[in-house]
Design a protein around this ligand. Structure first.
Ligand SMILES: *Cc1c(COP(=O)(O)O)cnc(C)c1O
Length: 391
């Protein structure tokens, strides 16, 4: 049996253990400490970059947390989401984007994607806002757009609609660390942004996430809720419900080490995507998802995705998945849209069929930074063989 090719594996810089050792040596084995502070600072430097955006984002602060899901939850709390409120969420996403809405007993309102980036359709977004206002007499409390598979969404248009109605944006950038839109890093467009450092994301802390906050004051508020909402008093005083969401100093040590390979990971994932494009060119009915040209989209290509049009290709997405599995290669259908999930079946939905179709014909291919060019060739050979068999 040939060795297994996985969808997305973590890859270490080699320096992670130094920072973990330092934490042990100095007895900072707690959910705060020097690694947490340094990791947050390093993320902030990365997100702000050295371009002209430095001034605009001067106040930006990062709060490292136990998971991206925790960051989404805290983001919604800081935006004042209450039971009975409505929150607009991209339907085409991982359940973690939407679950925190339910934690707060608010109602998700799902909005479909446009075809170019597979992310929130700004036209449908506006339709949804107008109709919710008409039906409920209230505006949705927040909007959660996602940069799926690292592809930046149409943030100019989404922000324009959001600003027009004065609805704050909580940007789910869990898959998009290192992606840019018009020279600006994903995660920095909304009032708050979310990152994930789960095992298969751009960088890992074994498990973890971060909330990108607009200023020090909001970051302090996030920290307050992340550490059990302890009021200032010599005893333990509580006036709000808090959470235990802070990142551990050990995990942050892994994160610090990972920051040394983040740029390398982005470069490698983009190169893997380019190789897929090259090797799959000319395979009938199979298309590699590519960013729109010339509009400032710069995806990290966290995962390279293909669509398989069965009429044209002569085989289906499922045929490809099973053929890859036969060759010991992991692949996965695109996210099943939230409006099709049994758990969200009663939620309002504004759609045009885009994400439903993508779920039927789309597949994520192995894309991790540990993948070799030969691995990519092994994957594409399977797809080509299906095609050759047909024609
Ligand atoms: C991974 C992911 C999350 C959640 O992050 P965790 O760190 O796993 O909690 C949220 N949204 C999207 C789109 C994700 O892919």
């Amino acid at each position: 049996m040939k060795s297994r090719i996985w969808l997305s594996l973590a890859h270490m810089s080699g320096r992670e253990q130094e920072f973990i050792q330092e934490a042990f040596d100095t007895n900072w084995v707690v959910p705060l400490g020097p690694n947490v502070n340094a990791f947050e600072k390093s993320l902030r430097d990365f997100l702000i970059g050295d371009g002209g955006l430095q001034i605009e984002n001067e106040g930006m602060r990062i709060v490292a947390l136990s998971a991206g899901t925790a960051a989404l939850h805290l983001g919604l709390i800081l935006l004042g989401v209450q039971p009975g409120d409505e929150v607009i969420c991209q339907s085409f996403t991982f359940a973690a984007s939407a679950n925190p809405i339910a934690y707060l007993e608010a109602t998700p309102v799902f909005v479909d994607s446009e075809k170019e980036t597979w992310n929130m359709d700004p036209v449908l977004l506006e339709e949804a806002i107008k109709e919710r206002l008409e039906k409920t007499g209230k505006l949705p409390k927040a909007i959660i757009p996602v940069h799926l598979y690292g592809m930046p969404g149409k943030m100019d248009e989404v922000m324009e609609v959001a600003n027009c109605y004065g609805i704050p944006v909580l940007e789910d950038s869990a898959e998009a660390l290192g992606s840019e839109y018009k020279g600006r890093k994903c995660g920095t467009f909304g009032e708050y942004g979310v990152l994930s450092f789960n095992g298969n994301k751009m960088i890992t802390t074994s498990g973890g996430g971060a909330l990108i906050c607009p200023n020090e004051e909001k970051a302090k508020r996030a920290l307050f809720y992340a550490t059990q909402a302890r009021e200032q008093a010599p005893h333990y005083q509580h006036e709000k419900i808090g959470y235990n969401y802070r990142m551990s100093n050990i995990c942050a040590g892994i994160g610090r080490g990972q920051m040394f390979v983040l740029d390398e990971h982005v470069t490698r994932r983009r190169a893997i995507h380019d190789l897929y494009v090259k090797l799959l060119a000319g395979v009938k009915g199979v298309k590699v998802m590519c960013q729109p040209e010339g509009e400032g989209f710069n995806s990290n290509y966290w995962l390279t995705c293909i669509t398989v049009e069965p009429e044209e290709a002569g085989f289906t997405r499922e045929d490809v998945r099973l053929a890859l599995d036969e060759e010991n290669i992991e692949s996965r259908p695109l996210w099943k849209p939230m409006h099709l999930q049994p758990v969200f079946k009663d939620a309002p939905y504004y759609g045009n069929g885009t994400s439903e179709r993508l779920f039927e014909i789309g597949l994520c291919l192995p894309s991790g930074p540990t993948l070799t060019d030969e691995d990519v060739e092994r994957v594409t050979k399977v797809v080509k063989q299906l095609s050759d068999f047909r024609f």
